[in-house]
Design a protein around this ligand. Structure first.
Ligand code: GDP
Length: 193
């Protein structure tokens, strides 16, 4: 995919603030610090379009990035931060639920997990939530550069099994360091536009 333009359009908290129009959207979900911002930046060849490592306690927003004026990446706040209060967690859940269940333009959710470790309880909850609402999901197992090539298959299997992934959902190994998996990820997204 040749990227000609990538810009943030809006940081939204409420549906009234979501961008108007019918362009397809892909939401990006993942545990805080998993490498979500790095994934977005690598995919669109920008060093810092998405801010890396957003701290808990900051305003939690859905960030809409317009790509090539033809679709959106929607960065959703990371989950699984131990220090987040119950109130913040509930606000997060409500915002996510509203977005995931009402947004017709949402084509798929890209769920980012860490290839090095088995998916966490929060990762499983997120995946189950998406499946509960029948949302197509692409799982990206990132930081592949940190796992020896000989172990990729084994780790990939653990990710699939721990999340209990449905057969239709794709699992793609990725590295924001090396760019591995980038073409595959774009192909998967383009099939869903
Ligand atoms: P976010 O909180 O999910 O947006 O995570 P970030 O994108 O900020 O990444 C968290 C940390 O992981 C940063 O120090 C990144 O440099 C590092 N990181 C992200 N992706 C990769 C990757 O594919 N390989 C390696 N080696 N490090 C990565």
């Amino acid at each position: 995919m040749k990227i000609t333009a990538a810009e943030i359009t809006i940081s939204a908290v409420k549906p009234e603030q979501y961008p108007a129009g019918e362009l397809p959207e892909f939401a990006l979900a993942g545990r805080s610090n998993v490498g979500k911002s790095s994934f977005i930046n690598k995919m669109v060849n920008r060093k810092s379009l998405a801010r890396t490592s957003s701290k808990p306690g900051k305003t939690q927003t859905l960030n809409f990035y317009l790509i090539n004026e033809s679709f959106y990446f929607v960065d959703v706040p990371g989950y699984g931060f131990a220090k987040v209060s119950k109130q913040e967690r509930q606000a997060w859940g409500k915002m996510m639920e509203t977005y995931f269940t009402t947004r017709g333009q949402l084509r798929a959710v890209v769920l980012i997990v860490d290839l090095r470790h088995p998916p966490t309880k929060d990762d499983c909850m997120m995946y189950n939530f998406l499946k509960h609402y029948d949302i197509p999901t692409i799982v990206i197992a990132t930081k592949a550069d940190k796992v020896p090539k000989g172990k990729w298959q084994k780790h990939q299997k653990i990710v699939r099994e721990t999340l209990n992934m449905v057969a239709e959902d794709e699992l793609i190994l990725f590295s924001a360091e090396t760019g591995q998996g980038k073409d595959e990820a774009w192909s998967a997204l383009q099939r869903m536009m």
